[in-house]
Design a protein around this ligand. Structure first.
Ligand code: NI
Length: 187
């Protein structure tokens, strides 16, 4: 299997606004996709990465929240066992260098499949729950900025518009962006 770090699509790329397709074929291509996602996520580095972020419109994401909370999930369906919420900084590898406080559910149970098609469940709280919600949103064409409170969202959109990598910026300016952003909660 040839595994490679893929370019990460940035805010403004239409694929990030397109709902991804359900995976129905569990073949070598899917295993390569999971390996590429993992490699690209670790290289970024990020705590999670969804297939549309590397240009593939399939319902797959990888996560690496801690050494014992890492893996991948295909065709996730989320359940929320409690109404409890969490609020805290969230970032996205497709929105580099920017983090904003985002409210999420505290506890998530995600049913889906692994790359071989076997049913699996990922259950978590805190950062893992935040990650699973963020990545599943990506599969629905939803960005975390959509989830922000109105005032914060306004600030976020202003920051994105003036970001050196943004869809409204000179593409050459991307080269000046630091390859080593400092924050951990980026998906
Ligand atoms: Ni993201």
């Amino acid at each position: 299997m040839r595994v490679s770090v893929q370019p990460i699509r940035l805010y403004g790329d239409p694929i990030l606004r397109t709902a991804a397709d359900v995976v129905t074929v569990f073949d070598k291509e899917l295993r390569t996709l999971v390996a590429d996602l993992t490699e690209t996520m670790m290289h970024a580095p990020g705590a999670g990465l969804a297939a549309p972020q590397i240009g593939v419109g399939l319902r797959v994401f990888t996560y690496h929240v801690s050494e014992d909370q890492q893996g991948h999930l295909v065709n996730p369906v989320l359940h929320f066992p409690s109404d409890e919420e969490q609020d805290g900084p969230e970032g996205c590898l497709s929105v580099p260098g920017l983090t904003f406080d985002c409210r999420r559910r505290e506890h998530v149970v995600a049913h889906g499949q692994n790359m071989h098609g076997d049913p699996i469940t990922v259950e978590g709280t805190a950062l893992l729950a935040r990650c699973v919600q963020h990545e599943t949103d990506h599969l629905d064409g939803v960005m975390f900025v959509d989830r922000l409170d109105a005032a914060v969202r306004k600030d976020a959109m202003r920051a994105i518009r003036s970001a050196p990598w943004g869809p409204w910026a000179d593409v050459n300016a991307v080269l000046k962006l630091s390859p080593h952003p400092t924050l951990g909660g980026r998906f």
